[in-house]
Each structure stands twice: as structure tokens, then as C-alpha cells.
Design a protein around this ligand. Structure first.
Ligand code: CP3
Length: 389
């Protein structure tokens, strides 16, 4: 790891970092924290915002102005993100530096005008506490050095001591909340259990998820041990994010669409539903958004997960989804490539979306992450057109 101490604070090594006053493990016992350090409010309590449009829409109230945020909004399309990113040869070291995390988390609020910040981190930070070593390679994306290839290893997967191993995430939340003040809410997130399992078993990004699906179909009981373990660790992780200040939670099960409806319903759905139910039982006021990519065929199941908001990928016809589920709040779903079009064309697309949404509460977003070569002006055109009445 590079010596970044002094640039903007301290870079945490990712292991055994424990903020003063927190308890040793969140899986085994409750942390000794009764207040959010950022807001002074009781941990996990609802905060008032100057711009609460995302919280309003997510909870079914008509917001003063329609809310919009952008998946991967803290990312490479912003020059200021690239500047901070260039300080870290290693992506995970960047994620482990709370001051830099807070800096890039707030950038899109200041520069693009979105109605929420999303914590800068990654769904794969959960792997090291569970004993898997991951690194992000320039052209290849995430690579796991010791993917799960042995049933006995799956059976013995550790829960991980999240407070000590992911203390940098919680510190990033605290600093982001401090920087945001009462402007807009902060979205915390975790990967959905199927998507995180895919990286653990495949060892990286994969075309067919053949290894994971082979495990699922040939030894469903082992698959269930793995996904059950991930569900309990993810629940503990999200709980701790809320306790440290996250106002909204997003579960990104990006690759769930690789499954057919029967397999999804039988082997994944119960675990995601449990993660959401556990969170809602403790924090009923914290909206939960569920997102999966490439999964229009699973939409009926996503609407039954207990999430407040169902994220639509860009393959879904927004009007059809709204008509099919008159009581469901959706998020999405402009094609990320639509942002290559001119600002005028983007405005016309947003106008068409608004006509479909009509008088319903809706969370405007892209239908997947913003691409790295999109002009920030076009991202702003998207946000401004959502805000225009
Ligand atoms: O702005 C935000 O949305 C917050 C930050 C965020 C990142 N990743 C940062 C990141 C979030 C929410 C994620 C989620 C994530 N990570 C998902 C689910 C959402 C989705 O996109 O479907 C998945 C599948 C991952 C796993 C992952 N992380 C991959 C496959 C890659 C490599 C591909 C790529 O885009 O480069 C990453 C790396 C990553 N995570 C980057 C960023 C900004 C790019 C790395 C860099 O800046 O060098």
C-alpha cells in the first residue's frame, strides 16, 4: 500500500481497524453505540433534510420535486473522481481511505445536482472479512485469488468481524454524513447474495456464471449454505451502515437475471427477502431499494421482496411496469447509453418518462451504471430535466 498518510488523512489497512468506542463484533453481539456520531441523533433514527425528495418518493409521498440519482454517480466520468482515484494504484486502498471516500461521495451532489449521495465503496469489500482475497485489475475488473472451489471451505466460511475489518466503510459513512450535513440523504449499499456469491465462486466477472449455477443445480444444499451465510453477513453489514448514518439502503443483485424464475424463487428470493425483512424490522423508516440488471423476467418476484422501491433495468418498458404494478414504487430506468445523445434528446427522453410516470411517486435513475466516458454535462442535463416542471 502506498504511503498516503498526510494527503487527506489516514488510509486504513482494511484489517483490524476499529473506531474508538465500537464493539469488537457485530455478528456476535450488539455494538456499543447509541448515537450516530455524525448527526448526534439516535443511531439509525430518521433525520430531517432540506432536500428529502428521495425519502418522500421512496416512502410513497409525492415529493416537492421528483428525485433523481445515478447508479455509479461517484465514478470515472467525473474529472475530480479521476484525480482522487489516481492517488491510489490499488482500488481497494481507495475504498479504505475514509476521507477520500467522503470526498468522492459528495462530488456528484455538488457537481451534478443529484438528490442523494451514494457511499463510494464496492459490493466486494465484504469478501476479505469472509476470507477471500480480492483485487481490482485495470482491464479485468475484480479478481479473487482464492475462489470457493471446495464444499468444505464453503461450510467453514467465517462471518468476519465486520466492525474491525470494515471499520473504514463505517468511518466513510460518518465523514460523508458530516460533509453532506442536512442537504440530501446518504445511500448505503451491499451486493445481493447471488451477485456476491458469483464473484466468490467464479473468481471474477464471468459470462455465464457456469460454476456458480453448476453448484446451485448439482449441490443445492451447499449453495444454500453459501447464500444463507452471505445473507446473514449482509444483514449485519447493512444494519451497521444504518447505525452509522446511511439513510437509504440499496441492495444490488446485479446478476440475478442469470437465473430463471424457478431457480431465483426457490434458491435466492428467500434469502434476499430475509435480508430486507431483518432490516425493516429494526429500521422501518429506512427505505430499501432493490436493483437487478437484465432481469425483466424476475420483476414479479422483485415486487414481493418487501423492498420499498424496485429498481428497473433499462430493458424494462417503464410504462408497462407501472401499469402492471399500480402500487409499487419503481426506480429507473433510462438506458445509460441515452446519455451519449444531446442534452435536448436527453430532455425529450426524460419528458417521455415523466409522461409514463404521471402523478405517481418515482425515483428517476439510469437503468444501470453511468458509463465512464459520459460527459458530466449530459449527466447534468438528465438531472436538470427530471427537476424541471
Ligand atoms: O457511485 C456509486 O454507485 C458508488 C460506488 C459503487 C462502485 N461499485 C464503485 C466502483 C457501487 C454502488 C458499486 C457496486 C458494484 N460493484 C456492483 C453492483 C452494481 C452494478 O454496477 O451492477 C458490482 C457488480 C460491482 C463489482 C465491480 N466493481 C466490478 C465488476 C468492477 C469493475 C468494472 C468497472 O466498472 O470498472 C468494479 C470496480 C468499481 N467499483 C469501479 C467503481 C467506481 C471502477 C474502478 C475504478 O475507478 O478504477
Amino acid at each position: 500500500m502506498v504511503g498516503l498518510r498526510g494527503l487527506a488523512g489516514v488510509t486504513y489497512p482494511g484489517r483490524h481497524y476499529r473506531p474508538a468506542g465500537s464493539a469488537p463484533s457485530i455478528c456476535s453481539k450488539l455494538p456499543n453505540m447509541s448515537e450516530s456520531k455524525a448527526t448526534g441523533a439516535p443511531a439509525g433514527a430518521a433525520q430531517k433534510f432540506r432536500n428529502s425528495s428521495l425519502l418522500d418518493a421512496a416512502q410513497g409521498r409525492m415529493p416537492a420535486r421528483p428525485p433523481v440519482w445515478i447508479m455509479r454517480q461517484a465514478g470515472r466520468y467525473l474529472a475530480d473522481y479521476r484525480r482522487v482515484r489516481s492517488l491510489f494504484p490499488n482500488f481497494l486502498d481507495f475504498c479504505r481511505s475514509p476521507e477520500h471516500v467522503a470526498e468522492v461521495t459528495v462530488q456528484p451532489v455538488d457537481q451534478i445536482g443529484v438528490d442523494a449521495a451514494i457511499l463510494f465503496s464496492d459490493i466486494l469489500v465484504l469478501l476479505p472479512p469472509m476470507g477471500l482475497s480480492v483485487e481490482f485489475q485495470e482491464k479485468k475488473g475484480p479478481v479473487v485469488a482464492n475462489p470457493l472451489r471446495d464444499d468444505a471451505v464453503i461450510a467453514a466460511l467465517p462471518d468476519g468481524d465486520l466492525n474491525s475489518e470494515l471499520g473504514y466503510v463505517f468511518e466513510g459513512i460518518r465523514l460523508s454524513k458530516k460533509a453532506l450535513g442536512d442537504r440530501v440523504p446518504l445511500i448505503g449499499f451491499a451486493g445481493g447474495p447471488f451477485t456476491v456469491a458469483s464473484y466468490m465462486v467464479e473468481g471474477g466477472s464471468s459470462k455465464e456464471l457456469a460454476r456458480l449455477k453448476a453448484l446451485m443445480f448439482s449441490r443445492p444444499e451447499v449453495f444454500t449454505v453459501l447464500i444463507g451465510k452471505l445473507a446473514s453477513v449482509t444483514s449485519a453489514y447493512l444494519r451497521e451502515q444504518v447505525r452509522h448514518g446511511a439513510d437509504v439502503i440499496t441492495i444490488m443483485d446485479s446478476w440475478a437475471g442469470y437465473l430463471g424464475p424457478e431457480a431465483y424463487r426457490a434458491l435466492v428470493f428467500p434469502h434476499t427477502r430475509k435480508i430486507i425483512a431483518t432490516l425493516k424490522a429494526e429500521f422501518p423508516h429506512v427505505p430499501v431499494v432493490h436493483y437487478a440488471n437484465g432481469a425483466p423476467h424476475l420483476l414479479p418476484h422483485f415486487t414481493e421482496l418487501g423492498a420499498d422501491v424496485v429498481g428497473l433495468d433499462w430493458r424494462v418498458n417503464l410504462g408497462d411496469a407501472l401499469r402492471a404494478y399500480p402500487n409499487q414504487i419503481f426506480q429507473g430506468n433510462l438506458d445509460p447509453c441515452a446519455l451519449y445523445a444531446s442534452p435536448q434528446q436527453i430532455a425529450a427522453k426524460v419528458k417521455a418518462m415523466k409522461a409514463e410516470v404521471g402523478g405517481r411517486a418515482h425515483v428517476y435513475n439510469l437503468g444501470h451504471g453511468i458509463l465512464p466516458d459520459i460527459s458530466p454535462d449530459h449527466a447534468r442535463a438528465f438531472v436538470d430535466s427530471v427537476h424541471e416542471s
